[in-house]
Ligand binder design. Structure first.
Ligand code: SF4
Length: 439
């Protein structure tokens, strides 16, 4: 009997990647097979992102492309655009189902309503009621490194952000379930656990908070790296900051600044000041000197004057981030800031982006050059087509390593390896193999 086939396209953040991993395992448990591409798939799922207009446009382009190449296949939209009324109106003739991700366990029930089941081998389509989507064990993208979602949704309502509308309010996974997933991963040889949620540090379950969760994971024996993302500055407390000294917690903090100007931060509904942000970075660098700090910033928020933008420039120069994701503001439908006049001209947004990019390029280079000549442990993720190993440092720097013997290069994948840093650019480091330090 011909198996049903599926294909998944993921746009956007780590949370979307983790969601797609759960969609894949959900389908494979129901005897679906991965197709080579969407043209050959009975069912294509696009995990969409609505954080920027460009991500949204990519989804529209993909829908057109897929329907043209595979008019009889079925198409499901999940992720951040799945609940947007304007998107549903625009795509309803091409898309079979708009699926809010927390409805994943009901996928086939919902498709059935749309007569989709007629196109597939119905025997395979078991419907399980009451299953929670985050409890589904995913099909991990790598055996060495795993995203572990600890929750979904956001209660913060930053004025520019669609997430609270697209994903709903915060829902957290029970602590036992997270611990059991992490233990299972480590038992199978996973080396890097990345806890993810829109705001990890507002995690709570059974009277335990995020720092408690980290402490419980640290009790699990074995050699592994523990990372988390994203943290909100208003929820980063001293307990969590002090925990950053634990050797198994990677010396990397991603903390979104968004603006260096207090009035703009208030308009963004961020609930902290630029000075509070400065103080957090001072404290956390005090706890761990080798800590790398990355951030997000928006330029050209409605009403942002040149003087207000200069406050972002000032804080970038002062704090010397290791990296920053710089976004030109674009209004997102349904958000509070979309009601404000988007009055900073395109050219000016571009100029502001370039100013901050230049500062970041210089600070990243300076930070990376500090590693020159040092020996450090890195985790190797894979070998590229040119035979170079690639991986990450604990501080989340990209690392490349040339190993002559290709068999040896392949055998390094998924291992902690000691390297000596021989060159540094603003985008990463290059190392030489010192000794194989296979934990
Ligand atoms: S904290 Fe703010 S920016 Fe982050 S997901 Fe929540 S609403 Fe969006």
């Amino acid at each position: 009997m011909k198996k049903n086939t599926y294909y998944i396209i993921t746009i956007g953040c780590q949370m979307n990647k983790a969601d797609s991993e759960r969609v894949a395992s959900f389908l494979e448990e129901r005897a679906f097979q991965l197709a080579a591409n969407s043209k050959e798939a009975d069912l294509t799922i696009i995990t969409t992102c609505g954080i920027r207009q460009s991500a949204e446009d990519r989804a529209y382009g993909l829908v057109n492309q897929i329907k043209k190449a595979n008019p009889t296949g079925s198409l499901v939209i999940t992720g951040c655009l799945a609940k947007r009324k304007d998107v549903i109106r625009r795509l309803k003739n091409q898309v079979d189902l708009f699926l809010p991700i927390n409805e994943l366990p009901n996928l086939f029930e919902l498709l059935k309503k749309n007569n989709f089941q007629e196109k597939l081998n119905a025997d395979e389509l078991r419907v399980i009621n009451g299953e929670k989507y985050l409890s589904i064990i995913p099909k991990y993208h790598s055996p060495y490194t795993a995203f572990v979602p600890i929750g979904n949704g956001c209660n913060n309502f930053c004025s520019y952000c669609v997430v609270p509308y697209a994903r709903g309010r915060e829902v957290y996974r029970p602590i036992e379930e997270i611990l059991s997933e992490v233990k299972g991963l480590l038992a199978q040889g996973c080396k890097e656990i990345i806890l993810i949620a829109q705001n990890v540090n507002s995690y709570h379950s059974s009277e335990k908070n995020f720092a408690d969760l980290l402490r419980l994971i640290l009790l699990i024996p074995g050699e592994f790296w523990l990372r988390f993302s994203s943290s909100h500055p208003k929820d980063l407390d001293d307990d969590l900051i002090n925990l950053m000294s634990e050797p198994k917690i990677c010396p990397h903090l991603h903390l979104a600044l968004q603006s260096g100007d207090d009035e703009i931060l208030t308009k963004m509904n961020r609930k902290y000041s630029a000075d509070h942000f400065r103080e957090l970075i001072r404290k956390v660098r005090g706890v761990r000197a080798d800590l790398a700090v990355t951030t997000d910033v928006i330029v050209g928020f409605p009403g942002e004057t040149k003087e207000q933008f200069e406050n972002s420039v000032k804080i970038f120069q002062e704090l010397q981030f290791d990296f920053a994701y710089i976004s030109r503001y674009s209004p997102r439908p349904g958000t509070v800031s979309s009601l404000l006049v988007d009055d900073v001209k395109r050219e000016e947004k571009k100029r502001r982006e370039e100013v901050l990019s230049k500062i970041i390029e210089e600070s990243s280079l300076k930070k990376n050059q500090q590693y020159l000549g040092k020996e450090m442990v890195v985790l190797i993720d894979g070998v590229n087509k040119k035979g170079r190993c690639y991986g990450k440092t604990a501080s989340f720097k990209n690392l490349w390593l040339f190993v002559q013997d290709q068999e040896l290069a392949k055998s390094l994948c998924g291992k902690f390896i000691k390297v000596k840093i021989v060159s540094a650019t603003s985008s990463g480091l290059e190392g030489e193999l010192v000794i194989e330090n296979n934990f």
